[in-house]
Design a protein around this ligand. Sequence first.
Ligand code: ACO
Length: 329
Amino acid sequence: MGSGINAGIISTGKALPVSRLTNKDLEDMVDTNDEWIKSRTGIEERRILTTEETNSYLSARAARIALERAELSPQEIDVLIVATVTPDLILPSTACLIQDIIGAYNASAFDLAAGCTGFLYGLQVAVQFIENNSARNILLVGVDTLSPIVDWQDRNTCVLFGDGAGAVVLSRVGEEQGILSSKMYSDGSKAKLLYVPSGGSSEPARYRTIDERGHYIKMNGPEVFKFAVTVMVDSTLHALELSQRKKEDLDFLIPHQANVRIIKAACKRLDLNSEQVIVNINRYGNMSSASIPVALDEALEENKIQRGDLIAMVSFGAGLTWGAAVMQW
Ligand code: ACO
């Protein structure tokens, strides 16, 4: 994006829990039904952690696949960034746990929290390390395991989320390739539209916080919905402008997978047809920071994306945060 060095994604990987939770399963847990969930969100099933799986376990699996495809050893990674709001532990960072699991001993490692926009925030940070020549190879993991902090008694939220991990390796790429532009935004005045009240240092776990179900996600869905459609469109257009491209130049949009109605409304305003939009929310629900890297990985595995394609990625989430990036594959 301006220094003469181009940074780009050179490989991807993903890992999903083995256990599927269908809408029918949810009918036995809360007052909901398959038809409501499908028509209001587009979700049919989601993956949920089993007791053997954790955030760092899924991340390490996704990371190993991405490294193998990049033909890099773990020791060749200079920086390991993990975008997540569901770390294994409050400390140390999940990035340090993953570093040890995969043996990326030469990397600096840190977590980055930006809600569902975490992967795109991480992407912009990674690009800057490469473009200012302070790192050659970066492993970026977008991962969230929201199921332990979802209130399985709250039908407004429990039908929406799923667990998963996506990983990408970023390195130097050739001219006219890689990340062309990237823009992040946030508005902390809207923090309480989507938050977990307890469990942090301001409200640590106590009997009262447990009784109040304060350790689970609280969300004002309709307000987030309205906000999401507007910022998905505006930030995609802004990232395109920064990359000196137009919406007519786009081959694909990889949007955050929160609600298929949000995706459709945004695509209509961007004049994109359904073949140009990568959608997998039906199988995974909202995996927060993992949504975009998993969708990218699947689109590549299915050979939808070809060398030279222009791709926009756009997301929004807790914070509130939002952002978009444009890349030439
Ligand atoms: N099953 C059946 N009925 C339900 C369910 C359910 N699972 N959930 C809510 N309802 C009911 C509500 O109680 C309400 O009933 P009422 O009219 O009798 O009060 C009715 O359905 C309509 O509820 P709304 O909230 O108006 O439904 P809406 O069409 O807005 O859909 C939804 C709700 C799916 C949550 C939507 O608002 C949405 O997707 N919002 C965005 C959420 C989002 O993108 N979050 C991003 C998270 S990103 C991150 O950082 C983690």
